[in-house]
Write a protein that binds this ligand. Structure first.
Ligand SMILES: Cc1cc2nc3c(=O)[nH]c(=O)nc-3n(C[C@H](O)[C@H](O)[C@H](O)COP(=O)(O)OP(=O)(O)OC[C@H]3O[C@@H](n4cnc5c(N)ncnc54)[C@H](O)[C@@H]3O)c2cc1C
Length: 389
């Protein structure tokens, strides 16, 4: 069987890993000109972590992880207003998105065509799909997978309609980058530091090699992205104090900037075209589960494709049925978390600080951890395991 996967990110690479081990011929196309390093810090745990364990990747991920021992808020002068010790949270692996993707990529033999996108999709009857790529080549495959993120091109080509049919805007823009600056990195240290004022949040965490991971989140009623993202950040955050006056002039050219969205669709496949990861199930950074859910979904899709009776559209339907309820739960959790991560008023900021102080009491950290993990643990039971139980 032949599969073409658009998007060499977390979901696409994980699917390639599993399909090639089941004897499929797999190729990936990736819009970026080269492998995408760095990005932003993610917390990785739950069902996706279990998939990584089954793939034999967790030893490497634990080498790459960052020891986030404390989460705390500061004021404009950098003085701590509240904090929460994360010592009991060993099952959460904090690492750069690029390091997770690199670890999967290094274990995956499938070739990746960089600087290439899917341009045309034709389903020529029940047996195959013909895909035209931006490099002028055409490919006939059994399955095309759109694992090309929340703004998926495959979704646009195979499902049609404007993006806002599928994308729920959560009222915020997000930006992230890694900057190199020894002094700032030492000032922040290996603890997650955040500054919030109503509608604005800036976060920082020191990385190895004098680097600093930065995250910016701001309330924005207009989903349209600005022409000058770096200028927009300087305008919003320039007067907030803390490390921002030094950090903002150093924003790199590869600054990540996007809307915060969730993707909701009636169906995740059309014939022999399937969507995977953020393309069909984005939960948003508020849910803190997207990478984990992307890996879980890739594993479930591979399980259905490789252990069924060969009826591909039926396998795609079962994949969606197994994933959908968990995704709906995680998305709802993410929407509830908006006010916690990006409080809209001073009162809510004060309430959040009090919650953190209470959560620091003995035993309360477990309750907080449980409230941060909205299910998905039984996703990773294969069809074969289900049958032999
Ligand atoms: C700031 C931030 C913080 C986050 N924090 C967390 C967290 O703590 N925990 C967590 O689990 N998740 C987190 N997430 C979410 C997580 O990063 C995503 O849900 C996850 O990466 C989704 O995987 P994916 O493979 O679907 O998409 P991606 O990993 O984004 O991969 C999509 C790939 O498709 C490529 N692509 C895009 N368009 C095209 C095209 N037209 N043709 C070909 N290729 C294309 C992209 O270049 C990319 O390589 C966070 C997200 C953000 C933005």
């Amino acid at each position: 069987m032949k599969a073409l996967i658009s998007g060499a990110g977390i979901a696409g690479l994980t699917l390639a890993w599993h399909l090639e081990r089941a004897g499929w011929q797999v190729e990936l196309v990736e819009r970026a000109g080269a492998f995408r390093e760095g990005g932003y810090m993610i917390d990785f745990y739950g069902a996706g972590y279990e998939v990584a364990e089954r793939m034999g990747l967790t030893a490497r991920l634990r080498q790459l992880r960052y020891p986030v021992t404390e989460l705390g808020y500061v004021d404009r002068d950098g003085r701590q207003t509240s904090r929460f010790k994360l010592s009991g949270f060993d099952q959460v692996v904090s690492l750069l998105r690029g390091d997770l993707a690199r670890t999967i990529a290094e274990a995956t033999a499938a070739p990746v065509r960089y600087a290439t996108t899917v341009e045309t999709v034709h389903q020529d009857g029940p047996g195959a799909v013909t895909v035209g790529l931006s490099d002028g080549t055409r490919h006939q495959v059994d399955l095309l997978v759109g694992a090309d993120g929340a703004h998926s091109r495959v979704r646009e080509l195979a499902f049609g309609g404007p993006e806002d049919r599928y994308v729920r805007y959560l009222g915020h823009h997000v930006a992230a980058c890694v900057i190199t600056d020894r002094e700032l990195s030492e000032r922040v240290g290996v603890r997650y530091r955040m500054l919030t004022v109503p509608g604005l949040m800036a976060g920082a965490y020191a990385l190895r090699h004098d680097r600093l991971a930065m995250l910016f989140l701001h309330r924005e009623p207009d989903p349209a992205l600005p022409a000058d993202p770096a200028g927009t950040l300087r305008r919003h955050y320039g007067d907030l104090g803390w490390i921002l006056p030094e950090a903002l002039p150093r924003l790199p050219a590869d600054l990540y900037y996007d809307q915060v969205t969730q993707v909701e669709m009636d169906s995740w496949s059309r014939g022999r075209v399937a969507l995977l990861g953020d393309a069909c199930q984005a939960v948003s950074l508020f849910a803190g589960h997207g990478a984990s859910m992307a890996m879980a979904a890739a594993w479930v899709l591979a399980d259905e494709l490789t252990t069924g009776d060969g009826d591909l559209p039926a396998a795609l339907t079962r994949y969606e049925e197994r994933m959908r309820l968990t995704i709906v739960d995680v998305q709802a959790f993410g929407r509830r978390f908006i006010e916690w991560m990006a409080p809209s008023s001073r009162l809510r900021i004060a309430a959040r600080d009090w919650m953190l102080r209470l959560a620091s009491l003995p035993g309360a950290d477990r309750l907080l951890l449980n409230s941060l993990t909205p299910g998905g643990h039984d996703l990773i039971t294969s069809r074969t395991e289900q049958l032999t139980r």
